[in-house]
Ligand binder design. Structure first.
Ligand code: ADP
Ligand code: MG
Ligand code: MG
Length: 207
């Protein structure tokens, strides 16, 4: 379907962006982690782009599922299961196609799964700090404000950017960075930052 082809293009766009951001994300992860987030994301999404290009007659759900499966198998550590497992789980929301409603359901289910798996809340200096404002703003913009999906996504990306910035002054309470205690203060979370880059790439594809 046309939406399936657009989903493949979205994964390719994410992969290109994360390849460009590889060194930056690694730099962020070297300050408060083990300096592998740039490589994890660039490698994982490059493999995902390869995998979705090989699908015949892709639709949004199969693209999301294949992307999630590839991230789960290619990326270890914390971010592989969080990104990959949650994508596989949320992909069922797209089984009947991509609509504003199913896109909101997909985003909410993805967030719910990240929270279930990682047990992190807003303020723990993780990807959740970007994801919560991203998903909540997207949902509100569509369901309450009745905005077109691309406008809703643009507002959601702005909210995610503020969420990623909010990880700087706070202390990590989940993941590797939490081992640093107060020394994690003053650093931007790598996973919140990569989540923002993924959302920005989706917006660029949607425009
Ligand atoms: P690892 O820490 O295993 O090396 P990555 O470096 O690829 O994995 O990913 C680190 C990112 O994963 C962190 O910046 C954070 O955003 C996210 N993360 C780690 N633990 C959790 C958690 N429990 N819940 C949500 N996100 C988490
Ligand atoms: Mg790491
Ligand atoms: Mg690691």
């Amino acid at each position: 379907s046309a939406d399936g082809e657009a989903a493949v293009a979205a994964v390719e766009r994410v992969a290109e962006r994360l390849e460009r951001e590889r060194d930056y994300l690694t730099e962020l992860d070297s300050a408060i982690g083990d300096a592998d987030h740039g490589g994890n994301m660039a490698r994982g999404w490059a493999s995902a782009a390869e995998a979705v290009r090989e699908l015949d007659d892709p639709d949004p759900a199969t693209v999301a599922k294949a992307t999630g499966r590839t991230l789960m198998s290619e990326v270890g550590g914390a971010s592989g299961p969080l990104y990959g497992g949650s994508l596989v789980f949320a992909s069922v929301e797209l089984d009947d196609g991509l609509t504003p409603e199913s896109a909101v359901a997909f985003a909410e289910t993805y967030l719910e799964k990240v929270r279930d798996r990682g047990d992190a809340s807003v303020g723990d200096q993780t990807m959740v700090d970007a994801l919560v404002p991203l998903v909540h703003t997207f949902k509100k913009s569509i369901e309450v404000d009745g905005l077109p999906p691309v406008v809703a996504l643009a507002k959601a990306v702005d909210a995610a950017e503020r969420g990623a910035a909010f990880t700087v002054p706070i202390r990590a309470r989940k993941g590797r960075a939490s081992y640093l205690g107060w020394r994690s203060v003053g650093h931007k979370d790598p996973g919140a930052t990569s989540t923002l880059f993924v959302a920005e790439s989706l917006l660029e594809t949607a425009r």
